[in-house]
Design a protein around this ligand. Structure first.
Ligand code: CP
Length: 482
């Protein structure tokens, strides 16, 4: 099997069988490191890191050197022509004409997808804002698999900043796909975003139980949970039975604790920073003394700040430096596969608990834009050429997912392109939660985020435009984030 010319933008770009095959190649390479020095001879990797990095950048560069290839790099937007207003697409086309493969880290969510769309060579996402970090996820899964031989059926707790942690977002989906049960223990205010939860609930076949208020959280000797995703291989009724049963289930032990630092650089409000200083949960010797953590692997993508005590470094359960070290063979295997320098055979069996849903696309030149201010598609330099594109993930309530940053949201207004004989006075827009959402055919659907946006395109409010939103004028408001 070849992965030549493919890109890795999100963890969904690799199937479970491909991930298993990549792990086998990484094993083979780490056992014979000195024999790999001709694998990518003559190839060039462009290493573009527009946010700080130690592990990801240096392990990618080490990996390419170990494979006998060469590296060109840019590590500061200010030292590139992006600082002069060049678009990501133009940069991608140019770098793609110099290098055989591109690794990019960028603060905008969806930036790696744009590079992959335009570069003409394989592109690897080394972290795009708070969206995803799929190669970190490969290192995380590889470490769990090496230490526990399987991921299926394990109970894995995600700890800390589950809102902005991109490693968390790609790991959640991967764990669900491999059949793990996922326990969510966020710092207050840093819970997993709804759009991630909704994707997990609709596409991964398990049961999700969410604890909305702290007093409903599962309390006891274990840490209080915000939510639990129960893999489909666990008894189906587990999600339905009282919290106490989940507590009993968890007392049998947590297989891995995945700790993350607060991603302060992405905090949107001063309150988030204030809350953080008071309430960020810490993993230390005292916590790990509890019996449910007796055999728990402690993982962390690093860097750490104060959430993971140094006193644990010598503890055999601590995996974080192994995780970082394993980044080299994992990234060697990935580069060699995407460049077509290596091929692998796929394992016959690899369970996947993901359910592929072919959502209807929504693409129009005008109307709704992604409401996520960190989305690459809405940035000034990129919105000149990017056509907004969404998946319609639900009709009622109408819910869109941006194909760049994957944020989900409920737009507020709809119209039909099939207005009577094109007469302007019948161009009407309606509230998205009115009965019109059932009447308008998908191919005729026009979606707006605000009244002003609809009116700027010559649409007038119908009697169903305001009814469901209490008659408020929402001019300029963005769609509600989910
Ligand atoms: N884990 C990780 O992405 O580390 P760096 O930011 O140092 O690359």
């Amino acid at each position: 099997m070849t992965l030549a010319n493919r890109s890795l933008v999100t963890i969904d770009d690799l199937s479970n069988r491909e991930i298993e095959a990549l792990f086998s190649l990484a094993d083979e390479m780490s056992e014979s490191m000195s024999e790999q020095s001709n694998v990518c001879q003559g190839k060039i990797l462009a290493s573009l890191f527009f946010e700080p990095s130690t592990r990801t950048r240096l392990s990618f560069e080490t990996a390419m050197h170990r494979l006998g290839g060469r590296v060109i790099s840019a590590v500061d937007i200010g030292a590139t022509s992006l600082a002069k207003g060049e678009s990501i697409a133009d940069m991608a086309r140019v770098v793609g004409s110099y290098a055989d493969i591109i690794v990019i880290r960028h603060p905008w969510e969806g930036a790696a997808k744009i590079v992959a769309d335009y570069a003409g060579v394989p592109v690897i996402n080394a972290g795009d804002g708070g969206h995803q970090h799929p190669t970190q996820t490969l290192c995380d899964l590889y470490t769990i698999k090496k230490e526990r031989q399987t991921i299926k059926g394990l109970r894995i707790a995600l700890w800390g900043d589950l809102k902005y942690g991109r490693t968390i977002h790609s790991l959640i989906f991967a764990l669900a796909r491999f059949g793990a049960t996922v326990l969510f223990h966020p710092a207050p205010g840093l819970e997993v975003p709804n759009h991630v939860i909704e994707k997990l609930a609709t596409e991964y076949g398990g049961e999700l139980k969410r604890y909305q208020a702290p007093d409903q959280a599962v309390k006891g000797e274990l840490f209080p949970l915000d939510a639990i995703y129960i893999t489909p291989i666990s008894p189906h009724q587990l999600a339905m039975i009282p919290d106490i049963s989940i507590q009993v289930e968890l007392k049998t032990g947590v297989d891995a604790l995945y700790v993350t630092r607060p991603q302060k650089e992405r905090f949107a409000t001063a309150e988030e920073e204030q809350d953080l200083n008071k309430h960020y949960p810490v993993v230390d010797k005292k916590l790990l003394k509890q019996k449910e953590f007796k055999k728990t692997l402690v993982l962390h993508p690093l860097p750490r700040v104060d959430e993971l005590a140094y006193e644990l470094d010598a503890d055999p359960r601590s995996m974080y430096f192994k995780q970082a070290a394993r980044g080299v063979p994992i990234r060697m295997a990935l580069i060699a596969l995407l460049l077509g320098s290596k091929e692998v055979s796929l394992p016959k069996e690899a369970d996947s608990f993901a359910q592929k849903i072919d959502y209807l696309p929504y693409t129009r030149d005008y109307g709704v834009r992604c409401p996520n201010p960190r989305c690459a598609s809405v940035q000034e330099t990129e919105s000149k050429y990017i056509k907004p594109e969404f998946k319609i993930v639900r009709r009622e309530p109408l819910t869109l997912r941006c194909i760049y940053c994957e944020h989900g949201f409920e737009p507020r207004y709809i119209a039909s392109s099939d207005w009577h004989e094109g007469r302007l006075d019948t161009k009407k827009y309606h509230s998205a939660d009115s009965h019109w959402i059932k009447k308008i055919k998908p191919e005729n659907l026009i979606i707006f985020n605000s009244e002003s946006e609809a009116e700027a395109h010559g649409f007038k409010p119908s009697s169903y435009a305001k009814k469901h939103h209490g008659g408020n004028d929402d001019k300029g408001k963005r769609g509600k984030k989910r």
